[in-house]
Design a protein around this ligand. Structure first.
Ligand SMILES: *[C@@H]1O[C@H](CO)[C@@H](O)[C@H](O)[C@H]1NC(C)=O
Ligand SMILES: *[C@@H]1O[C@H](CO)[C@@H](O)[C@H](O)[C@H]1NC(C)=O
Ligand SMILES: *[C@@H]1O[C@H](CO)[C@@H](O)[C@H](O)[C@H]1NC(C)=O
Length: 477
């Protein structure tokens, strides 16, 4: 979570309807709309990215602390900061799982977490590859244990303790994740880990935690970033050092942790994230809106070079099942997160998903692209024909998997006829190709020079494109 607290945030999420809520409203190179809906304000999260956020008082303080992270002081070179990297015993491919926040915000308990774990099994999600069952903010009591200094699980919400919940999740063959924050308190005001990294990491390891989401609220003023980090390398920024301290503490436990940096796209995290964790948030919190989906794709396409094995831009947790996204928008949400190799953490009450939604999130071919262990890089935009208009975000993407070349087409507008020339797809030529629909698992036939398909407004088409016969992927003209 980023800006808001508990039930206030939940209420706002439920009432979120206007297109540009949580949408991009400014930043370097931004030429789109800079206005926000009534009651919302445009907050600069980084120089690259401003976002519409609810205009309530808690936002003002966060916005102020955000601008404090761009104070013009210079800091001393952090010679003592740890440089140990994340475990490579985990996190080669992007995480697949569930997180409690988008569904329940602070209103969590053991029953809801274990219900999700059991639904992984009963709904076929575990079989499809979903693994992590993750608790977000609000799982502890408000003060640390007076004698041990440890964070104390809330006994009303978690009567079995966190270790008891973790062991029940493990007994289903799944992995278990928890949440903390690289500040003095979490976003919702619970104890956080800055300055307590070793104790908290040891505690999480003892409880059997496999995944840590590490948020960015309540950062003390003396941890502000200089406008230019030491040596010009954002790995040496105070923001990065707050996260590096936790990487070292997790490493010292000897237990492999999947480490997610919930740093909201600050401090050029895409440049150094893989030296510190397995995935890193590219923006503020998601909302269940088409404008969020298009704005995070627009942001992400600027930073695709940072994506590979053990190194994943996090486009934030899934909103499938929440709000009023159309089924086409839900398909695009899933397909784009899959072809950009973002972590996919479902964020809804899984028991409420209908069969169409379950088919989307368990689509075997998109999940195989996402979890491919031979190709770590994401799909990238390409220009589909010589006369194609430029759109933001781009509509046409291609990428490779162990099976060959894939083409993905997001319809960001209203025209439903989408054409691409094979010769424009990196790695293909102008000959004949077989097209296979990744959504339906059906072969569509053989096509020469180009392919035209019908893609609904806000839907995404997904194809595997293979040479029609051996050697046909060279130009036959
Ligand atoms: C900020 O102050 C705390 C408490 O004195 C100290 O432990 C920490 O190292 C300081 N951070 C920086 C970046 O100087
Ligand atoms: C599931 O819900 C979506 C809306 O989110 C709807 O478009 C779709 O038709 C529903 N599917 C079934 C089988 O009811
Ligand atoms: C699509 O059509 C809707 C309704 O007619 C219109 O409001 C919107 O501006 C159109 N979008 C584009 C990208 O042309």
């Amino acid at each position: 979570m980023l800006l808001l607290y508990g039930s206030v945030f939940a209420a706002l999420l439920l009432s979120a309807v206007a297109e540009s809520e949580f949408g991009q409203c400014g930043g370097t190179g931004w030429s789109g709309d800079t206005t926000c809906p009534s009651g919302w304000v445009c907050a600069a999260l980084t120089a690259h990215y401003s976002q519409c956020v609810p205009g309530i008082s808690s936002v003002a303080s966060t916005t102020a602390s955000q601008s404090a992270t761009r104070a013009t002081t210079t800091s001393a070179a952090p010679t003592a900061a740890p440089t140990v990297g994340p475990s490579h015993a985990t996190g080669k491919t992007p995480a697949l799982g569930w997180n409690s926040w988008n569904a329940y915000a602070c209103d969590i308990n053991e029953d809801k977490i274990l219900a999700a774990a059991n639904q992984f099994v009963s709904l076929g999600l575990a079989k499809a590859g979903y693994q992590y069952v993750n608790i977000d903010d609000c799982w502890s009591v408000k003060t640390r244990d007076a004698s041990t200094g440890r964070i104390v699980p809330d006994p009303d919400k978690f009567p079995s303790g966190i270790s008891g919940v973790a062991s029940q999740v493990h007994s289903l063959g799944l992995k278990f994740g928890i949440y903390s924050d690289a500040g003095t308190q979490t976003c919702a005001g619970y104890p956080a880990s800055l300055g307590n990294e070793e104790l908290d990491a040891a505690t999480f390891a003892e409880w059997g935690v496999d995944y840590l989401k590490y948020d960015n609220c309540n950062v003390p003023a003396n941890w502000s970033d200089a406008s230019t980090p030491p040596g010009g390398d954002w790995y040496n920024s105070n923001s990065a050092i707050r996260y590096r301290q936790m990487t070292a503490a997790l490493d010292a436990t000897g237990r492999p942790f999947h480490f997610n940096l919930c740093i909201w796209g600050n401090a050029n995290v895409w440049d150094w994230g893989a030296r510190v964790g397995h995935s890193w948030r590219m923006s503020g919190d998601a909302s269940a809106s088409w404008s969020y989906i298009t704005s995070i794709i627009t942001t992400n396409v600027q930073h695709l070079d940072s994506i590979d094995f053990y190194s994943h831009n996090d486009m934030d947790m899934m909103e499938i099942g929440n709000g009023d996204l159309t089924i086409q928008e839900q398909r695009t949400h899933f397909a784009a997160w899959a072809f950009f190799k973002s972590p996919i953490l479902l964020g809804t009450d899984l028991g409420q998903l209908n069969s169409t939604q379950l088919a989307i999130i368990t689509n075997p071919e998109l999940l195989a692209f996402h979890q491919d262990t031979t190709v770590g890089t994401p799909a990238r935009p390409f220009t589909p024909t010589s006369s194609a208009p430029t759109t933001s975000p781009p509509e046409f993407y291609s990428g490779r998997s162990v099976k060959g070349t894939h083409v993905f087409i997001i319809n960001t507008g209203n025209a439903t006829s989408k054409t691409f020339d094979f010769a424009k797809v990196p790695g293909l030529g102008s000959g004949s190709y077989k097209l296979h629909d990744m959504w339906t698992g059906k072969d569509l036939g053989t096509f020469t020079k180009s392919h035209t398909s019908t893609v609904d407004t806000h839907d995404t088409a997904a194809f595997l494109v293979t040479p029609a016969r051996h050697g046909a992927d060279v130009d036959e003209e």
